[in-house]
Structures are given as C-alpha cells and as structure tokens.
Design a binder for this molecule. Structure first.
Ligand code: UDP
Length: 330
C-alpha cells in the first residue's frame, strides 16, 4: 500500500523539523516546505537522502503549486519569536493570513486534513488564569505583538470557516511556550537567550522584575500531542503545553544552576505588551487525546543544554540569523 503523504510547512524550523522526524518515523512520505526566512536547513539535513523525504523551498504566502495527492497538511510556517515578528511584521501577517488561505485551498483541492499551529498568543496578556480554550483573550491589535497574535486569530477564524462552509477536515492546536534542541540560539526567546548568555560568559538579562510567568513544554511532548490531535476527530482548538508554571526570575536561576555559570542576573525593561502570566489549562487535551506532558523541566533542559553546547562558536556569537540578513537587504 502506498504510504500516506503529509505536507509540513515551516519544516526547517524548530517544530517543523521535529514533526518531519516524527512522521518519517511513523512511516509517512514527508514533503517539507520552507522559505528559510527563519528556518535552517541544518535542522533537516539528516533527512535529505531519505527516499520518503523531499524539501521544497517555497514561500506559502504565494500560490502553492503542488502536484499529486496529499493526505495531511501541517501548517507550521511562521516567525514565532517576538524578535522575529518585530523585524518582519508584514511577512508574519502574510503567512498567517494569505499563507493559511493558500493551504486551505490546497487542502480542499486534495481533500486533505489540515492542522494549523496556533498559539497561546491568541489569549494575549490574559486576565483569566490558567487559560482554557473557552477564554477569548485580551489582545492589543496594534501593539508590537499584534502582527503575530492577530494573524494567528485570523488563521483560526478562516480555518473554522473552511471547516463549517466547505466541510474541510481541520484541526487547531494552540501551542504554549515550547523548548528543545533546534531552537535558534539567537532568536531572542528566553531560553536560548539565557543559555547563550551563559555559554558566552555574559550576564543573564531578565526583562521587567522577572515576576512574569511562563510554562515550558519539552518539544517531544508537544509533538506527541500534535500527532494525536491530527489523528483525532476533534475540530475545536486544543491547548498543548506543560502547565508547570514558573516566573522568569526563577527560570534564570535554573539556567544558572544548569550551566554552572558564575554570571549574574541583570534587569532590563519589560517589552511592551509582554504577557504577565501564561499557563495552559490542558483538561481538553487530557480528555480528548489522552495526552499530558511526560518530560519534566530538569530532564528537558539538560537535553537542550547539550544541544546548545554542541553548536559552533560561530553560531554562538552570531547576532543575527544569516538568512534574515539576506532577506532584510532585499
Ligand atoms: N525574557 C527575558 N529575557 C530575555 C528574553 C525574554 O526576561 O532575554 C522574557 C520575556 O520578556 C517574556 C519571557 O521571557 O516575559 C518569555 O519570552 P519569550 O520571548 O521566550 O516568549 P513569549 O512567551 O513572550 O512569547
């Protein structure tokens, strides 16, 4: 029997590349698509000679011309760190809106099931805590995060509309802070920022007074949740994340302990609209997918630290992601 075929967008990114690995392992034929704005081919180079794997360099905000059958589409293309979407706000808006629209059209044409990566950012700076899927959020549409948050909210809306109007099979995962190997060292997110600083012998920069909270999920747990959601028959949004919440100040202390650095914490201003608290309510995932995270932070951080240590000096000191510079000059 022919293998099932899955298209993964954002395949050279952190989550996309882990999805490629998972679907190859499960015996699928994987079409990996990315325009490499924030992705890195090194994340998938170990798959390049696999006969069940193919890479296509394409910006999905442009029409997607794909021949042949598709069973599943997983939409993971988007800048996803605050630094990234501040630098490329229009592309962020386009990939969440036009890119999603193109994929919906493709899914409809191929009669494929589409799973879209949404985010805890749809809840904005939440005034309900922890965040259940029923919470509608508190988002500033014209703030610095608006380009990402509103693109993702639109993405959910248009995906639901294709489901109700066209009967398309759709799935929506709301992803909370996730970490693990293949995060970009210099993407500005807190975990690579702290570990990078520790490795370079710099002080750790905590924004604000460090009392804001996040809840970090190890990547393998997240991928498992996404895999289960795709194969389920549930069309409403599902939070996938680890409910174990800590303050950013505590997190900095954990990284200091993990890396054994003798650097200290320094405080910088809190970025505008930085959510003060974030913790997923995961009852829905537990009930519908029989899923909950298995990897505790100590274990996950150890594996992630080993990954960052294995990177080159060049990576460690690179201020900007290389494909970025090329893009901005254009
Ligand atoms: N943060 C920090 N120092 C850094 C980078 C980030 O204190 O060098 C804080 C940031 O202000 C936020 C939290 O860490 O409160 C998580 O930020 P991240 O960019 O990882 O993702 P977010 O959850 O805000 O989208």
């Amino acid at each position: 029997m022919a293998k099932k075929k899955v298209l993964i967008t954002g395949a050279a990114g952190f989550l996309g590349s882990h999805l490629c690995d998972r679907f190859i392992k499960e015996g699928y034929n994987v079409i990996a698509m990315d325009n490499l704005i924030t992705g890195d081919l090194r994340n998938i180079e170990h798959l390049q000679n696999n006969p069940d794997f193919e890479f296509i360099n394409h910006d999905i905000s442009e029409y997607i011309d794909f021949e042949g059958a598709l069973d599943y589409i997983l939409h993971f293309a988007s800048p996803a760190s605050p630094i990234d979407y501040l630098k490329i706000p229009i592309q962020t808006l386009k990939v969440g809106s036009l890119g999603t629209h193109n994929l919906l059209g493709l899914a409809k044409d191929k009669k494929a099931r589409l799973l879209i990566a949404s985010t805890s950012e749809v809840y904005g700076d939440p005034n309900v805590h922890p965040q259940p899927e029923e919470y509608y959020g508190n988002v500033n549409p014209v703030g610095p995060r608006g380009v990402y948050d509103e693109a993702k909210r639109f993405q959910e809306a248009i995906t639901m509309a294709y489901h109700t109007y066209h009967g398309l099979e759709t799935r929506i995962v709301r992803i909370f802070n996730t970490y693990g190997p293949r995060m970009r060292l210099n993407d500005g997110r807190v975990l690579p920022a702290f570990i990078g600083q520790a490795l370079r012998g710099e002080d750790l920069t905590v924004f604000g007074d460090g009392s804001q909270t996040r809840s970090f999920c190890y990547v393998d747990d997240l991928i498992e949740g996404i895999y289960r959601l795709l194969l389920s028959d549930y069309v409403h949004p599902v939070n996938i994340g680890n409910p174990h919440e800590i303050t950013i100040a505590e997190f900095a202390e954990e990284i200091i302990k993990l890396t054994g650095t003798d650097q200290k914490v320094i405080y910088k201003p809190l970025p505008k609209d930085d959510p003060l608290q974030r913790q997923p309510k995961i009852d829905r995932a537990k009930e519908i997918l029989d899923w909950e995270p298995k990897v505790n932070r100590e274990e996950g951080l150890e594996i992630t630290y080993e990954y960052f240590k294995s990177l080159s000096e060049e990576d460690l000191y690179k201020k900007e992601h290389n494909t970025f510079e090329g893009y901005i000059k254009k």
